[in-house]
Design a protein around this ligand. Structure first.
Ligand code: ZN
Length: 974
């Protein structure tokens, strides 16, 4: 899950987050939305393994102590092993492996309990399996004790349910980068930059808020929030409950997580137990097959008119299984669920493989599109979906002759393999820099102490220690040594990268495109061609030039002044060092961040988001009790999203807190998309109900597997079902709520930006619902939300001191943002250069035999960089892991930042005069942009939203115009 960090590849977000300088943000992202995955679009396999973070609060097991089950295959299911990894609490008194001492009674009890837990939670482990723990062997549990064991297990620390180490390989990375048989280009890659950049947080962030106040009466002291938003009594009640739900979970634990009979995960009636996944997948495939036959047999005008609806439903049936099982296998703490979900996932995956070999669906769609009497009957949304489907077919190579198609498949699979190898085996030529310790003078003392061995300090080339050294070590030669080591990827890494690029180029040629860039940019992107992207990047570079020149001047002056050498020039290895000097000065003037977190308890922030959405769009969150088995962990809270006229719009499951073995990436998942359920489906469901497996209360319920639907004006719709997953630290002090750093507040706002897009874009076709829009458009709503998180009016809606109820002094936030944006020009240029490299590596030149990625890398820096350039012997591109997942779309991050900035200024008046909470402004955004999802040309959405006709053509000029706007936020730079 982790790409190797390259120091200067800060990735999109580090641009603004210099205080998180140690963040190795290159770990893989998590999908922030499930990519719209029509039937021919194969999720890919394989994902590099990454280190899982061990919570700092838990002591790791000493190395010579052993905890091992007798059955090696059982190891990964065994909670004992998880405890050993620091996953559990309170079980740390192991005996060293070679101890001959008698087993203490306490340990015997612990061992027994642990074994009971193993037996209760892990059917793959036979109850007759013996465990060797240290030198002791624990006897098997008799079957008759199983019910008692279950009871004990349920009442013990539920954290032991933490999922096993090895999650079945997720397609998150795969989807972004790997194998899709038919469409390395047609995949809707989904890379939420927020998720990418946030992957490894600095230790500071993991620290619990260490307020010394006892806060004995915390819950009582928490005053009922003033009714800023809700006039109705029920609204006020929901608002209060919302905060308590996340801040005082113990007093507000709903009875949803119990041992009662499960009502189905997400209320999906098939999923009352792990076994249900198989039936769920089978039923959906039966229905899918019927549709395939119907489409292939279409011959009348009426039947052709129904083709888009049919194909969209076919896609939905497969996505229902794939999206849900993908989520479960990544997030569910129970390994039985993970495995069952993985089984269902691969079953449907294989089915899609078969569909891929069929040309009939494409032919039938082509026939429908060629008949005016058919297309004239379609709605705008239907036409959009038809065009998308056609494009996907085209890129799936389904229309190629057999031989070419086989080659296409072969290439896709090789790209997947080489891509994975590139990410997994990414390494520097020199793994360590070892120098006499006196050369590290200035290094943070704590860090220096841990790294020093005798009179030497060894520092890993890639990693947070090296990043810290570049910021703090005084000796320029030392910094240079570290920097040079960091910027040189191994020969093998470069070879893997170049092989991947060349294969991509060949694949694109086979599909009839000039280059991979041309192919990828034709797929649901606002920038339709590489030329457009370049126009945008060049315009943005121009806009940014004065800012970066000024910043470089300041850094150079600082160096000259510090060294008393008026002629000194700024070198690449000086940049981080002098930037940190400026920031440190600023920080010393600012009060400590801990002060800020006290204003952001998780419940307060959730309450704030609800209030904000209510102001802007008339929708709010209503806490809802869950049924037994509806969620996957007791920390998961269900919120219903309700409009001000009482209509339920979506279901939101919030899994916000840290759990051992849980992915550290914040993510937004659409588990089920919005879509209209047609009358025919309800009839079909009536027939299904005859089998009585599973049991449904009504045909309407059966048509959505028991998950939530809405019925309005005779229209039955699947409700968007969304899961928000974060890993915010819980507060160890039970009397205090969990607090968020300001950075986490931004993160939550960002992810909620995706969620509100899914909530409001309730289209009739799942292919264009919610965030299933142009890839370089999808980060706009989420990035926009970060502006709201920095607006004083918005913060005044909710940010109050958890104990004193004092409103947040906005200066604290202003200072915080100022520090993080201190060198925005340098950060922006860095991103521009990365985006240019990404473009150049997917251009037609790659096919040429003398393509040399290192030369291209330096060439781009020589032509476009303002700052000091890397020495020619470096080859940093080998650490640019995003090349794998983005593949010529890396510019999207910058593009959406510019758009978000523009929308913030034009629609929300940069927040002045309360414009950030004005319903009129919210409606303007919703009506023109958010509610369309992917069902309308994004350029049209944008030109309507901004009331700027220059955007309507969506051509190179429009792209250049966007670039000229820049991402500088004047208000915050004052
Ligand atoms: Zn995002």
């Amino acid at each position: 899950m982790m790409e190797r960090p390259g120091l200067w590849e800060k990735g999109p977000r580090r641009a603004q987050k210099q205080t998180r300088a140690h963040a190795l943000h290159h770990q893989r992202k998590i999908t922030s939305r499930p990519a719209a995955r029509p039937l021919w679009q194969l999720p890919a396999t394989g994902r590099p393994n990454g280190r899982r973070r061990i919570p700092p609060a838990v002591t790791a097991r000493p190395k010579n102590w052993v905890v091992e089950p007798c059955n090696p295959n059982a190891a990964r299911h065994c909670p004992v092993e998880r405890v050993a990894e620091g996953a559990g609490r309170g079980f740390r008194s192991w005996t060293p492996q070679n101890s001959d001492s008698a087993i203490p009674i306490r340990r015997t009890v612990v061992l027994l309990v642990l074994h009971l837990l193993c037996a209760a939670y892990n059917p793959p482990v036979s109850p007759f399996t013996s465990y060797v723990i240290g030198r002791s062997t624990v006897s098997p549990v008799p079957q008759t004790l199983r019910p008692a064991v279950c009871f004990i297990a349920a009442t013990l620390d539920t954290s032991l349910q933490a999922r096993s180490h090895t999650t079945p390989s997720s397609h998150v990375l795969g989807r972004a980068g790997a194998s899709a048989m038919l469409n390395s280009g047609a995949r809707r890659i989904w890379v939420c930059t927020r998720c990418v950049r946030r992957v490894t947080k600095p230790a500071r962030q993991q620290r619990r808020c260490e307020s010394t106040a006892a806060g004995a009466a915390a819950a009582e002291q928490r005053r009922a929030p003033s009714p800023l938003v809700d006039s109705s009594a029920s609204g006020r009640h929901d608002d209060t409950v919302l905060r308590d739900l996340f801040d005082a979970p113990s007093t507000r634990t709903f009875a949803g997580f119990s041992l009662k009979k499960s009502q189905g995960l997400f209320k999906n009636r098939y999923l009352t137990s792990p076994d249900g996944f198989l039936l769920f997948a089978q039923r959906n495939l039966e229905k899918a097959t019927k549709i395939v036959h119907r489409v292939l047999g279409a011959s009348t005008t009426q039947e052709y008119q129904a083709i888009v609806r049919d194909l969209d439903r076919l896609s939905d049936l497969l996505c229902r299984v794939l999206d849900l099982s993908d989520f479960v296998r990544m997030t569910h703490p129970d390994s039985r669920f993970q495995q069952a979900a993985a089984g269902a996932w691969s079953m449907v995956y294989q089915y899609m493989n078969q569909l891929n070999t069929m040309t009939g669906l494409n032919d039938q769609l082509g026939e429908a599109l060629s008949r005016p009497e058919v297309t004239s009957a379609w709605s705008e949304e239907e036409k959009t979906v038809a065009e998308l489907l056609k494009l996907d077919f085209m890129k799936s190579a389904v229309n190629l002759p057999k031989k070419a198609r086989d080659r296409f498949v072969d290439l896709s699979s090789r790209i997947s393999d080489v891509g994975s190898a590139f990410i997994q085996n990414m390494e520097p030529e020199k793994k360590q820099v070892t120098l006499p310790s006196h050369r590290f003078y200035g290094l943070y003392p704590g860090l220096a102490a841990t790294l020093k061995v005798r009179s030497q300090i060894s520092i890993a080339t890639t990693g947070s220690e090296a990043a810290a050294a570049l910021q703090s070590v005084y000796d320029e030669e030392t910094r240079k040594d570290i920097y040079m080591a960091q910027r040189k990827a191994s020969r093998e890494t470069i070879t893997n990268l170049e092989t991947m690029l060349k294969l991509r180029s060949e694949l694109a040629g086979l599909a009839g495109f000039e280059s991979h860039g041309h192919m990828a940019l034709k797929d649901r992107m606002m920038a339709k061609s590489p030329a457009s992207v370049m126009q945008f990047l060049l315009a943005l570079r121009n806009h940014n030039a004065p800012m970066i020149q000024q910043e470089l001047l300041e850094l150079t002056d600082k160096k000259r002044e510090r060294l008393a050498m008026p002629e000194a020039e700024l070198q690449p290895w000086d940049r981080d060092f002098y930037m940190e000097k400026f920031r440190a000065e600023m920080r010393s003037r600012v009060r400590h961040e801990d002060q800020l977190t006290a204003f952001f308890s998780v419940g307060t922030v959730m309450q704030g988001l609800s209030r904000l959405f209510d102001r802007l769009y008339g929708v709010r969150f209503v806490p809802r009790e869950t049924l037994p088995g509806e969620t996957w962990h007791q920390d998961v809270k269900r919120l219903d999203v309700v409009s001000d006229d009482g209509e339920q719009l979506a279901v939101l499951y919030c899994d916000l807190f840290y759990r051992p073995q849980k992915s550290p990436n914040p993510a937004h998942f659409t588990v089920r998309c919005s879509r209209e359920i047609l009358a025919g489906e309800v009839e079909e469901a009536t027939e299904d109900m005859v089998s009585g497996m599973p049991v449904f209360d009504s045909a309407e319920q059966a048509a959505n597997d028991g998950m939530e639907t809405s019925s309005r004006n005779g229209q039955l719709k699947q409700l968007p079902t969304i899961a928000l997953v974060c890993d915010f630290p819980k507060n160890d002090n039970a009397r205090e709520p969990a607090f968020l750093s300001y950075y986490s507040v931004e993160t939550l706002f960002h992810e909620m930006g995706h969620a509100i897009h899914s909530i409001l874009a309730r289209t009739s076709f799942q292919n264009v619902s919610g965030t299933r829009c142009a890839t370089d458009f999808a980060e706009l709503p989420s990035t926009l939300m970060e502006h709201f998180a920095a607006d004083p009016t918005v913060l005044s809606l909710f940010a109050r001191h958890w104990k004193t109820d004092r409103p947040l002094p906005f200066d604290l936030v202003r200072e915080r943002i100022k520090v993080s944006k201190r060198f925005e020009g340098i950060d922006t240029e860095h991103q521009i250069l990365l985006a240019m490299i990404d473009q150049a590596y997917h251009a037609p030149d790659v096919a040429s035999p003398d393509f040399d990625s290192t030369r291209v890398f330096h060439d781009i820096h020589r032509r476009y960089a303002h700052g000091p350039r890397d020495p020619p012997e470096t080859c940093w591109q080998g650490f640019f892991g995003h090349l794998h997942s983005y593949g010529s779309t890396y510019y999207s991050y910058l593009f959406d930042r510019v758009l978000a900035e523009r929308v913030w200024r034009v629609v929300f008046g940069a927040g002045h005069g309360g414009a950030a909470i004005s319903r009129d402004n919210g409606e303007r955004l919703k009506e023109n942009l958010l509610k369309w999802g992917g069902g309308r040309d994004p350029w049209r959405c944008l030109s309507d939203t901004l009331r700027d006709d220059r955007l309507a053509p969506g051509d190179e000029e429009s792209m250049a115009l966007v670039g000229s706007w820049g991402i500088k936020d004047d208000k915050l730079r004052t």
